[in-house]
Design a protein around this ligand. Structure first.
Ligand SMILES: [Zn+2]
Length: 835
């Protein structure tokens, strides 16, 4: 259910009065109607004469009864001006004063010194009843005004601010006003309004909706919600026994009569009514532009309005009193487009349709895993508006997909691209393989969210970025960079928790760890569990490069499962692999351990990149961190990697060794492979001491996996695809996702297109906790990739790690085309994606 009881209007505008372009208004509303973006009625009047009125659509999508301009819509918050009129009438009759304490009429209220005026002007400080009701409701309970008062009398919720000191829109105020009217007049509000407003103004379609009404009038409109091409009833809710904040029904024709009566004395005297359009004065002497159920447009002479949004309804009444112009819009199933067009029309601003385009003729693989289908997708702004068999409307920009695959932009659940984004904001490493969102902060290392946001603002980039908060990063901030080879003390742990908690609030996806690396390795199991609990409390997740991917892997797997069990949160195994040669071929055994944990109720998942060699520091080859032990080095060369297939990608101490295998370096140095391994670690450590600011001193691409295992991991239903890549280095940085499509979908037929894309999009989004991305459906962000299934192929290799993929035809991020035919388009719509 959507709840937006009012919509803020922009105060900026053109002052000059031009003749109203009713013809254009009609054509724009017609387009909105024809494209399923408007179902409603509109009336525009000037100087008491109706200039334009029209109905578009149906009263009830289930019966298809055509709408007319006399159809009665739920006015939602436009109701509030009628309630204030009743109060003003009672005041003129001497039955109440606006300064009266509400308690005089509702003694059950647990508040003192709230006046009727405070209620009318939203300055009471009383909390919103929706919130209170949801906190205490019993199932199937329909709330009424009477029950609402009982609820407040019983629970006595505290005021949100001292009465009269602030303006805060609150529906409770108006529900209480109705009870005051009913208690004074001794009549139900429906009767009072009928006698005092409907009859005197000769209104034909106006009534207070009452659940006990013997029959619903024929012109009654039902709200609905539109999701793509589908409609769903979105009408009354459990709150709709409450009257006053909404639930008067009326038509545009009646509302025009009502609005015109406000310049007469048919209902109340001019002086009384004048107060309805005066800004409310707060206790500190300032004012807020709201009167009695009317907003007052800033910087405009005598312009007043109110919107109303409730369940399936969006409405607007706007008066330009100086020029006696009025526009009224009532809609159901709307999305707000017609509303903004109408406001711009009456404010003499341009009211062209919001920019959008249609991609037609594609094989849509929507990310959910369902089978590809022929479809069109309509994009409006940064979002997907509709999906299905859509026809283009007049003047709409059309992109012909020529039967190629349209998929959601890929989500890389484990990326290291973030550090290069400010230097390479086009992010070709990501875009060339169809990635539109990277999940950063991996392996225990992260940037602070404030830093990421500031960086994107300073240097906007082409892709979206989400982040975990790194265990090592926050550990180091508290314990110091040189003091990490021990568990955190209790006092330090509290500080680490505090910084994680704060990052969670800013939108971190959860806690990441890199327990195999030295900055995390010496933490205790308990330290990590305690931190995972903080992530869990912030509705986040845990993602981990586990403590060992080789000799101590059994323990490491046990640890991550236990974290899921103890901290009760989803846990993800980063870049799942079996790096110990002796373990090659035992993927099934590891997967059955993970399945057993899932059967126990632990939500454990994994991500995987499609290569049989990794990229890291030489130091990970020493599981015991015994960097000077020949025994340790010998073990590594025999069991942990293949020295003849493992290349030094970087080696700052001696550039001659860059690009050579460990075995080749050993031959040059006339040493054994193990001796060379010890040399590489020692030389890099010396270099680091001499150049403390240097980063990336050494990296090795370690050949230590079997492809058979990689295939088993990719096929596990709970594995999503990641790159673990950066801008260069390991070819996975540029080719992971296209390699999956080329090698494992097309060539080996291991995965279907739909499953592979699911693992790159919706499944990845679910695993890391990203919402509104990863699926092509109405309302989702328009991150999309157009793929040529015939030519898609990764080209990045060890020799040429930045070679761009083939077959990624177009990539859109947030509705903006950012990449086309192997070229970045220098557009930077990327956003920070919070949880
Ligand atoms: Zn890692």
């Amino acid at each position: 259910m959507r709840i937006f009881l009012f919509i803020t209007l922009s105060a900026l505008g053109v002052q000059a009065q031009q003749p109203a372009d009713v013809k254009k208004l009609d054509s724009v509303l017609t387009v909105l109607y024809k494209t399923n973006r408007f179902n409603g009625t509109v009336l525009y009047g000037e100087k008491g004469k109706v200039i334009y009125k029209k109905a578009f659509g149906v009263t009830d999508y289930r019966t298809n009864q055509p709408l007319t301009t006399t159809a009665a819509f739920n006015l939602a918050s436009v109701t509030k001006q009628f309630i204030c009129m009743c109060i003003m009438m009672l005041k003129e009759r001497g039955l109440l004063q606006l300064e009266d304490d509400c308690k005089k009429y509702i003694p059950e209220l647990p508040y003192d010194s709230i006046s009727i005026r405070n209620l009318m002007t939203h300055t009471s400080g009383i909390p919103e009843y929706f919130t209170i009701f949801q906190q205490y409701k019993t199932p199937l309970d329909t709330l009424t005004n009477k029950k609402l008062i009982t609820l407040f009398a019983h629970y006595k919720p505290a005021l949100e601010f001292a009465t009269g000191t602030k303006w805060n829109y609150c529906n409770t105020n108006y529900a209480l006003l109705v009870s005051i009217i009913e208690r004074i007049s001794k009549e139900p509000i429906s009767i009072f309004i009928k006698k005092n407003i409907v009859v005197p103004l000769a209104l034909k379609d106006t009534y207070v909706y009452d659940v006990l009404m013997p029959s619903v009038p024929a012109n009654h409109v039902y709200g609905f919600e539109e999701t793509g091409e589908k409609k769903k009833l979105d009408d009354l809710t459990a709150f709709d026994g409450v009257l006053g904040d909404g639930n008067i029904y009326s038509s545009v024709e009646d509302l025009y009569k009502w609005e015109q009566s406000l310049t007469t004395e048919k209902l109340v005297k001019k002086e009384t009514l004048a107060q309805a359009f005066e800004p409310v004065k707060l206790k500190d002497g300032t004012t807020y532009p709201y009167g009695f159920g009317w907003f007052i447009e800033k910087d405009k002479a005598q312009q007043y309005w109110h919107t109303g949004g409730w369940a399936g309804f969006i409405n607007l009444i706007y008066r330009d009193v100086k020029n006696n112009r009025t526009i009224i819009l009532l809609s159901s199933g709307g999305n707000g487009f017609a509303n903004s067009v109408t406001i711009n029309f009456i404010q003499d601003k341009p009211f062209d349709l919001p920019a959008g385009f249609l991609i037609k003729n594609v094989q849509l693989i929507d990310g959910t895993g369902t089978i590809a289908k022929n479809a069109a997708v309509r994009i409006q702004g940064s979002r997907i508006l509709a999906v299905g068999n859509l026809r283009p409307f007049d003047g709409e920009e059309i992109i012909d997909g020529e039967g190629k695959i349209l998929a959601p932009g890929f989500i890389d659940s484990h990326s290291h691209l973030e550090s290069s984004l400010s230097k390479y904001p086009q992010a070709l490493a990501a875009l060339n393989q169809g990635i539109t969102t990277i999940v950063a902060g991996q392996d225990g290392d992260s940037y602070a969210i404030d830093t990421i946001k500031a960086e994107i603002k300073k240097i906007p980039c082409a892709i979206n970025i989400a982040t975990y908060t790194g265990h090592a990063t926050i550990r180091e901030a508290v314990m110091g960079a040189t003091n990490l080879a021990r568990p955190a003390t209790a006092e330090e742990l509290e500080k680490i928790k505090t910084s994680l908690r704060s990052e969670m609030q800013k939108g971190s996806l959860g806690l990441s760890s890199g327990l195999e690396y030295e900055a995390g390795f010496y933490s205790s199991r308990n330290e990590v569990i305690e931190l995972a609990k903080v992530a869990a409390a912030g509705k986040g997740k845990y993602i981990s490069h586990i403590r060992s991917e080789d000799i101590n892997m059994t323990d490491a797997i046990d640890e991550i499962i236990n974290i899921g069990r103890e901290a009760k949160l989803p846990v993800q195994l980063s870049h799942i692999k079996l790096a110990l040669k002796d373990d090659w071929g035992s993927a099934a055994k590891l997967l059955s351990t993970l399945q057993n944990a899932r059967a126990e109720g632990i939500d454990i998942t994994a991500d995987c990149y499609p290569y049989d060699f990794w990229n890291s520091t030489v130091r990970v080859l020493f599981p015991k961190k015994d960097f000077t032990s020949l025994e340790g080095a010998t073990y590594a060369t025999e069991h942990l990697f293949d020295p003849t297939g493992s290349v030094m990608v970087r080696f700052a101490p001696d550039s001659n060794y860059k690009g050579k295998t460990v075995a080749a370096i050993a031959t040059l140095r006339k040493e054994t492979n193990a001796q060379t391994l010890l040399y590489l670690v020692a030389a890099a450590a010396r270099f680091e001491q001499q150049h403390p600011d240097a980063s990336g001193i050494e990296t090795i691409m370690g050949k230590s996996m079997s492809e058979e295992d990689v295939i088993s991991f990719l096929s596990w239903p709970h594995t999503n695809i990641c790159s673990d890549g950066a801008n260069g280095g390991h070819p996975r940085g540029y080719g992971s996702f296209t390699k999956i499509l080329s090698s494992y979908v097309k060539e080996k037929k291991l995965l279907s297109w739909e499953t592979a894309i699911y693992k790159m999009t919706a499944l990845a989004a679910e695993h890391v906790g990203i919402v509104n991305r990863g699926i092509i459906a109405s309302g989702y962000f328009a991150d999309m990739v157009l793929i040529d299934p015939a030519t898609v192929k990764d080209n990045a290799s060890i020799q040429n790690p930045k070679a761009l993929s083939d077959g990624i035809l177009k990539v859109w991020v947030n509705g903006v085309l950012v990449y086309k035919d192997k070229t970045g388009l220098q557009k930077y719509p990327g956003e920070f994606v919070g949880k």
